[in-house]
Design a protein around this ligand. Structure first.
Ligand code: HEM
Length: 146
């Protein structure tokens, strides 16, 4: 018998109690962080994602002259936080970090395609891919500027 959950807290067993800065996880996301292979899986996924983008002529111009290791670290942290892995995102907000980049809808869609390729290659289950994409989709409002 489990104790009554505190308002806003995640039900018992939903996240790793040893995780840093544990935050409540939406029930919809149960198991999704694990499906990504937790933090090591996210780190490997971002290596793959960046490699796919650098081979994609639509994305390469955006990323070739950036600090790729730093962006990958920020993405691991952000996705870990989004997926309830207990990380705290320490990077800049989406509006200011993308403000000067001149991103349009086609650019946004191309990045999502490359992320899907990377997730497929890493064997992330389709339903978990879609849970992440559903959270990222509304961010187009902050990222697209033209
Ligand atoms: C939901 C969609 C997106 C998410 C969640 C996302 C997330 C991030 C994060 C966390 C960072 C690091 C922020 C920081 O500097 O602290 C970043 C940087 C960056 N993003 Fe995105 N991004 C998205 C879409 C895009 C798109 C569509 C493009 C281009 C087509 C893009 C290009 C870049 C570039 C070039 C940087 C590095 C900027 C710099 O070095 O100053 N992002 N993004």
């Amino acid at each position: 018998q489990s104790p009554a959950p505190t308002a806003g807290a995640a039900p018992a067993g939903q996240q790793d109690p040893t995780a840093r800065n544990p935050a409540p996880v939406h029930p919809e996301l149960k198991g999704v962080f694990q499906d990504f292979g937790s933090e090591p899986g996210l780190t490997a996924l971002m290596d793959e994602f960046m490699a796919v983008m650098l081979e994609d002529p639509r994305m390469r111009p955006f990323f070739e002259n950036t600090d790729q290791p730093r962006i990958k670290r920020q993405l691991v942290e952000q996705f870990c936080a989004i997926l309830g892995g207990g990380c705290a995102y320490s990077g800049r907000d989406m509006k200011s970090s993308h403000a000067g980049l001149g991103i349009d809808r086609a650019d946004f869609n191309a990045l999502v395609e490359d992320l899907q390729v990377a997730m497929d290659r890493k064997g992330v289950p389709f339903r978990s891919q879609n849970k992440l994409l559903a959270i990222l989709a509304p961010m187009h409002r902050e990222v697209i500027t033209r």
